[in-house]
Design a protein around this ligand. Structure first.
Ligand code: C5P
Length: 219
């Protein structure tokens, strides 16, 4: 069977990475977490003292940064493993600024298209169906209410052993979505031909099954 590309977009905390990983495993495809790439650049910029709003400097930093996503889900910047370091609140709450820079986006898009050119990928992000892989055979837009997304993040944090402020989580998620949706270059937006799945009242398994059914129909 021919290997297709599956684009999964949606707002923060809609379950994209969890679902994309499971779909990829089921199909024997490669999961590509594009958010991890923006997070890695953000981490590096903070560490190097580069202005998070400076398109040119960020792009220069990116041009020297080798970002590697391993099949086991680890993230490397050059030889440094950054898997955990890119998930801090500081990075999470700064990444939208870096991701709004046009030269940065162009370079990321180029790298992501290169990764998907053989097919057989499940790629998740914000602009995969609209900009990175406009010809993806399957495009999914995952949504859920901000209330539900904050609840999931809250429970995720608890499971990891630390409590968080629910209202603050909700505000941070809403603010990140606003920045990602209102930026000029490749904003978060459902592609016209994407299938929207509202996951508010669905289990992870139900979402995975729904996507696999769509893949089955389209390939
Ligand atoms: O998916 P994740 O929440 O890890 O993404 C982190 C941030 O990276 C997003 O809030 C967004 O600013 C940026 N991003 C993006 N385009 C993508 C993937 C992520 O702008 N394709």
């Amino acid at each position: 069977k021919e290997k297709i590309n599956i684009a999964i977009d949606g707002p923060a905390g809609a379950g994209k990475s969890t679902v994309a990983k499971l779909v990829a495993r089921k199909l024997g495809y490669v999961y590509i977490d594009t958010g991890a790439m923006y997070r890695t650049l953000t981490y590096k910029a903070i560490k190097s003292g580069v202005d998070l709003h400076d398109n040119g400097s960020l792009n220069q930093l990116l041009s020297k940064a080798k970002i590697e996503l391993t099949p086991e889900g680890k993230v490397f910047m050059g030889s440094e493993e950054v898997t955990e370091l890119i998930r801090t609140d500081e990075v999470t709450n700064s990444v939208s600024f870096v991701a709004s820079q046009s030269d940065v986006r162009f370079e990321m898009l180029t790298r992501q298209q290169e990764m998907a050119k053989q097919g057989g990928t499940v790629m998740d992000g914000r602009d995969i169906g609209t900009a990175v892989l406009p010809n993806a055979e399957v495009k999914i837009f995952l949504s859920a209410t901000v209330e539900e997304r904050a609840k999931r993040r809250y429970e995720e944090n608890l499971a990891k052993g630390y409590p968080s402020d629910f209202e603050q989580l909700k505000q941070e998620i809403a603010l990140r979505d606003k920045r990602d949706s209102e930026r000029e270059t490749a904003p978060l937006k459902k592609a016209d031909d994407a299938i929207e799945i509202d996951t508010t009242n669905l289990s992870i398994d139900e979402v995975v099954v729904a996507i696999l059914r769509i893949v089955e129909e389209r390939s």
